[in-house]
Design a protein around this ligand. Structure first.
Ligand SMILES: Nc1ncnc2c1ncn2[C@@H]1O[C@H](COP(=O)(O)OP(=O)(O)O)[C@@H](O)[C@H]1O
Length: 170
């Protein structure tokens, strides 16, 4: 089975992926795979632009957990979306030293459920689990992911509403 762990940058994906690897899962990081597919550097957004179609085609369907903020576009059997309350996300992104515009863009994406909307456009609802990590430890998040991947927890999404935080972006 191929499972994607996605979410806005800063929500905790790579922390969770480290724990999954320690628990025996085969983990592939998006950032270790995209280099050959970088088309250009978007200096304004401080981000690489990749040829997503080619990346998707050549990625295939490994039996692994794939971690990264674009992994929901891959042909995964399960998609786990990590969510985080925008005020906490803001602090995490600031402490990473992201430029203000990049912080704003990521907070807007989190407030507007961008990753969930993109995921619903591609994948069946039954394959999607959204987790609000705001009050969870990384280990608790991983426990939930393991239950979902083992079929012991049903699909679930749409339970977060960060729309109140949109005003804080202006
Ligand atoms: N559940 C959590 N509680 C507190 N801090 C966390 C949690 N998950 C991640 N962090 C911290 O938040 C920061 C961003 O996490 P990271 O896993 O790098 O996010 P992502 O891979 O989604 O960009 C890191 O400093 C990490 O230690």
């Amino acid at each position: 089975m191929m499972a994607a762990v996605t979410g806005t940058p800063g929500t905790g994906k790579s922390t969770v992926a480290d724990i999954l690897r320690k628990r025996g899962y085969s983990v592939i990081r998006q950032n270790d795979t995209i280099k050959p597919y970088i088309i250009e550097r978007d200096s304004e957004r401080d981000a690489d632009v990749i040829d997503e179609d080619k990346w998707y085609e050549e990625f295939g369907k490994p039996d692994a957990v794939v971690e990264g903020h674009l992994t929901h576009i891959l042909d995964a059997d399960r998609i786990v979306i990590l969510r985080l309350r925008p005020d906490i996300l803001s602090e995490r992104l600031k402490s990473r030293g992201y430029p203000d515009e990049k912080i704003r863009e990521n907070l807007e994406a989190e407030c507007l459920d961008t990753v969930l909307i993109e995921t619903l456009d591609i994948h069946p609802e039954e394959h999607i689990l959204e987790i609000d990590c705001t009050f969870l430890t990384p280990e608790e998040t991983v426990d939930i992911i393991e239950e979902f991947l083992a079929g012991k927890r049903g699909y679930s999404f749409g339970n977060t509403d960060w729309s109140d935080y949109i005003g804080t972006l202006l």
